[in-house]
Design a protein around this ligand. Structure first.
Ligand code: AMP
Length: 412
């Protein structure tokens, strides 16, 4: 069965077509600047690149362009849509309504709309992506996979803010956490690598990319994570501040004279590595290069990022009363030995010791020293595969009906 995985942003549509019999990627593509001038689509199939600049006024048009690319006789991956068994959609915020992935129906769509106030930037785009897909592939079985679902196991001591309880009751203001699909994938893979059942492991999953979050995963369940109500809380990220005293926002509006909207924009878009480095870059590679060349602005950005990360690792070892392994993943976590070294340096008291040679690795590997009580691994994440697996698990039988001759006739 082939599964199409969709990740819709406000002006983009990323996709992968995966053959689940071998878990191999048949096609990978991206529609950019949807609804903006200069929109385009790029797709790769077996090294062949399909590229077109064409007007994509909305997500329905982007989806139609995606279908045309996938079924293109020369550059496509499939003959027609009937070879796509089901579609998995990444959805950012499932709030408390979703503790796992679900088959999309009318009730699910309503719940997604109800969640818009919790994720005003992300959920409307995800909904547009699903509706566009429904318009172009009516009747195709579809699954929603939520970034928040994995963290719904957090106990209330971890998810409640120290606010008046009524705000949680009335508005569901609480910590939700994100990157759940990645944390779930990486921790399950680590258990396989370690040859120990996930249920018996205490793991810290460190997803470090442009957006970053850590999760404390005890026995396969997320018991705490660094992101909160939104993906702004927690670690220092590319452009996001992570944790700040909320009074900072008041000072930005009084002393710095910003509007509330601009102050929040500063925390989301102008802070983190970009802000701390004095505008040098939000990209870790630039910051690392600057720090290694002795640039003070770059060094301070790297130091603050690593120190915040180190504190959270310490906190999660305390929260779980132990830790079997720390897992690094995503753009920085998978690729950057310098960042990993900076974070884990001086944690031998907690039984963490990197092996400098092993740490130079790229790709899946054990990177801790032989004597390290806490193992450290690099485990590349694969959120698309996790979405495809959930979609297969939930739609296997529905797909049999969808691809029946009667349904194919009705779609013709
Ligand atoms: P992601 O959001 O997972 O795509 O990760 C983006 C971040 O990963 C950026 O800060 C990049 O600088 C960083 N990154 C990507 N590739 C590398 C690499 N080869 N070495 C170090 N950092 C990298």
């Amino acid at each position: 069965m082939n599964i199409l995985v969709i990740n819709a942003g406000s002006s983009s549509l990323k996709y992968q077509l995966i053959d689940m019999s071998t878990e191999s990627i048949l096609a990978k593509g991206l529609c950019e600047r949807v609804g903006i001038e200069g929109s385009n689509i790029e797709q790769k199939v077996n090294g062949k690149v399909y590229q077109k600049t064409l007007p994509l006024k909305n997500h329905v048009e982007a989806f139609a362009a995606l279908v045309a690319a996938l079924t293109d006789p020369e550059y496509g991956a499939v003959r027609d849509l009937s070879s796509i068994g089901a579609v998995g959609h990444r959805v950012v915020h499932g709030a408390e309504a979703f503790t796992s992935s679900v088959v999309i129906d009318g009730a699910v769509m309503k719940a997604l709309r109800d969640n818009i106030p919790l994720a005003p930037l992300h959920n409307p785009a995800n909904i547009m992506g699903i509706e566009a897909c429904q318009a172009v592939m009516p009747g195709a079985p579809m699954v929603a996979v939520f970034d928040t679902a994995f963290h719904q196991t957090m106990p209330r001591r971890a998810y409640l803010y120290g606010l008046p309880y009524e705000y949680y009751e009335k508005y569901k203001i609480r910590r939700y956490g994100f990157h759940g699909t990645s944390h779930r994938y990486v921790t399950a893979r680590a258990a396989q690598l370690m040859g120990i059942p996930l249920e018996r492991l205490k793991l810290i999953s460190c997803h470090m990319g442009n957006g970053s979050s850590f999760a404390a995963v005890d026995g396969g369940k997320s018991i705490d994570t660094t992101m909160g109500l939104t993906p702004l809380e927690g670690l220092i990220m590319g452009t996001r501040s992570g944790d700040v005293d909320p009074a900072v926002i008041e000072m930005l509006t009084t002393s710095a004279g910003l509007s509330l909207k601009d102050a929040i924009n500063v925390l989301n878009k102008k802070s983190g590595l970009l802000g701390l480095s004095g505008g040098l870059s939000s990209d870790w590679r630039d910051v690392r290069a600057g720090a290694q060349a002795g640039d003070d602005a770059a060094s301070r950005a790297a130091e603050v990022l690593a120190y915040r990360a180190k504190k959270y690792i310490g906190a999660y070892i305390a929260a779980m009363n132990g830790c079997d392994a720390i897992l690094f993943t995503a753009g920085i976590g998978e690729n950057d030995s310098y960042a990993r070294e900076l974070i884990l340096r001086g944690m031998d008291y907690l039984g963490i010791q990197l092996d400098p040679e092993r740490n130079k690795t790229r790709g899946e590997a054990l990177i801790s020293a032989d004597g390290s009580r806490v193992k450290v691994y690099v485990v590349p994440t694969n959120e698309e595969m996790a979405i495809a697996r959930d979609t297969l698990a939930l739609t296997g039988t529905i797909e049999a009906r969808f691809n029946s001759p009667a349904v194919e006739r009705s779609l013709a």
